[in-house]
Ligand binder design. Structure first.
Ligand SMILES: [Zn+2]
Length: 299
């Protein structure tokens, strides 16, 4: 059974996503309807439109349903090839992975997002902003899972933003930029031995010949292209080259991107000098101001 504190931590993380998604998305169309005198709900207007730079942006007071995200994570964790009680196993393009994808798309649809999938199975759910031609604010992660992984890994970064958008909608927020939830395909290297396959393709950093050379651990002589097509993706592509090319995104596609992910190692703290907590990652506090100068003024 989940503890209340775990649920609260997940909900707190979703609140962080709410705040971070809302601020860069720009001034709300219904800004005047929000309480604007609470400093905790104000953000800077980075990327603001002409004439509004430097002005504070009102972010509505939003409430994340403390039960929703943990319950959805539990439901998604049941789509697994692992023995019950031994974690989550969901290799890319398997039956359980497809079930998980369908569940995530159901949640995206319920949140009113416009859904599209690319030729390799990256899934996009977009809340269209009032200025839809602007680069979007993105947030997302992955739902494929290494053998017997934890239920939060990746999935929190997919389901959290969906609930965050739902919470912003309930609060009446209307973004200027579109806000998009992205579920990366084949983030884990378990099945083909290469991580971040979907992200590499979107960034045009994936060699199709190399992808074609990777061995499928589940199907003898299988390839990524065959497995993707078995799951229903890239059906009208003839090979890896065509499949990968269809997934490239423009560098102008996203204005900014946030991934909510549990911390799984010490690198952020040890090597990047960041402070990691259960709810946010922050830079160290600024050094104290220098002592006042008592030198006499020049004459
Ligand atoms: Zn992960």
């Amino acid at each position: 059974m989940r503890s209340r504190s775990a649920a609260a931590a997940v909900a707190a993380a979703a609140v962080v996503v709410v705040a971070l998604l809302a601020v860069p998305s720009g001034v709300a169309a219904q800004e005047d309807a929000y309480p604007t005198n609470d400093a905790s709900h104000m953000g800077s207007a980075e990327g603001c439109s002409e004439g509004t730079c430097g002005a504070p942006i009102a972010v509505p007071s939003v409430e994340v349903d403390i039960e929703t995200v943990p319950a959805q994570l539990m439901t998604l964790s049941e789509m697994s090839d692992a023995e019950p009680g031994t974690g989550v196993t969901r290799l890319i393009f398997t039956e359980q992975d497809v079930a998980g994808r369908n569940y995530v798309k159901t949640l995206m649809a319920a949140a009113g997002l416009v859904i599209r999938e690319d030729a390799m199975g990256n899934i996009f759910g977009r809340w269209v902003g009032s200025q839809p031609d602007l680069p979007a604010v993105g947030s997302g992660s992955h739902a494929d899972a290494i053998p017997q992984s934890g239920l939060y890994d990746g999935c929190l970064g997919v389901i959290g933003p969906i609930e965050s958008i739902a919470a912003l909608k309930r609060a009446g927020f209307q973004p200027k930029r579109s806000i998009e939830v992205l579920m990366f395909t084949s983030e884990e290297p378990t099945r083909f031995g290469l991580s971040s396959v979907g992200a590499r393709a979107m960034a045009s950093k994936l060699d199709p010949a190399y992808l074609a050379s990777l061995k499928d651990i589940l199907v003898e002589n299988g390839t990524f292209h065959m497995a993707a097509q078995h799951a229903g993706y890239g059906l009208n592509t003839k090979d890896h080259t065509e499949m990968v090319a269809r997934c490239a995104l423009s560098t102008e596609y996203y204005d900014s991107f946030l991934e909510l992910h549990i911390e799984q190692g010490p690198l952020l703290e040890r090597e990047a000098g960041l402070t990691v907590s259960s709810s946010c990652i922050s830079t160290p506090p600024p050094p104290p101001p220098p002592p006042p100068c008592f030198l006499p003024p020049r004459s």
